[in-house]
Write a protein that binds this ligand. Structure first.
Ligand code: MG
Length: 160
C-alpha cells in the first residue's frame, strides 16, 4: 500500500459585506468574509491544494485559474469535489486530513463539525477522517490584526 502526503496553504483578505464561508460552513453572523474570485473559502482551497499535491496533480491555480470568468463566485466545496474526482479517479482514497484555520473572526471551532462533514463528504470519507483546528494571531501579523484568514492543511492519501 502506497501512502502519499500533501500540504496546502491559503490566505484570503477579509472584508466587510462579503459572505463568510469557510470549509463549506456559512458563518451568517460574521460581519466580514474572505475576498476572492471564488467564494474565497481559504479552507477548501488549502485542502484542495493538499489533495492535489498528495496525488501529484499540481495545484489549485492550475486546475482552477483565478481569471476564469466561469469561476467567479464559485462554490469552493464544488471545486474541491471536482479536484477530488481527479484524485479518486487515480485510485486514491483519503486516510485523514488535518486543517488549521488562523483568524480573529469568525470563531471557527463551533462550526468544526459542519466543516468536517462537508469536507469529508466530498472526499468520500467519514467526518472522523477530517480534523479542524482554529487558532488566532494574538494581535500579531495580518491574521492577528483581523485582515485575513489563513488556512493550512495536511492530507494523507492511500492507494485504494
Ligand atoms: Mg484561495
Amino acid at each position: 500500500m502506497q501512502l502519499r502526503i500533501g500540504q496546502g496553504w491559503d490566505r484570503h483578505r477579509l472584508a466587510a459585506g462579503r459572505p463568510c464561508i469557510l470549509g463549506g460552513a456559512v458563518f451568517e453572523d460574521c460581519p466580514v468574509g474572505p475576498v476572492g474570485h471564488s467564494d474565497g473559502d481559504a479552507v477548501c482551497h488549502a485542502v484542495t491544494d493538499a489533495v492535489l499535491g498528495a496525488a501529484g496533480l499540481g495545484d489549485i491555480g492550475g486546475m482552477f485559474p483565478d481569471d476564469d470568468p466561469a469561476l467567479a463566485g464559485a462554490d469552493s466545496v464544488a471545486l474541491l469535489a471536482r479536484a477530488w474526482a481527479e484524485v479518486a479517479r487515480r485510485g486514491f482514497k483519503l486516510v485523514n486530513a488535518d486543517v488549521i484555520i488562523i483568524c480573529e473572526r469568525p470563531l471557527v471551532t463551533p462550526r468544526a463539525g459542519v466543516m468536517k462533514e462537508k469536507l469529508a463528504g466530498v472526499m468520500g470519507a467519514s467526518p472522523a477522517a477530517v480534523n479542524i483546528k482554529g487558532t488566532r494571531g494574538e494581535g500579531m501579523g495580518p491574521e492577528g490584526r483581523g485582515e485575513c484568514v489563513t488556512a493550512q492543511a495536511v492530507v494523507l492519501l492511500e492507494e485504494a
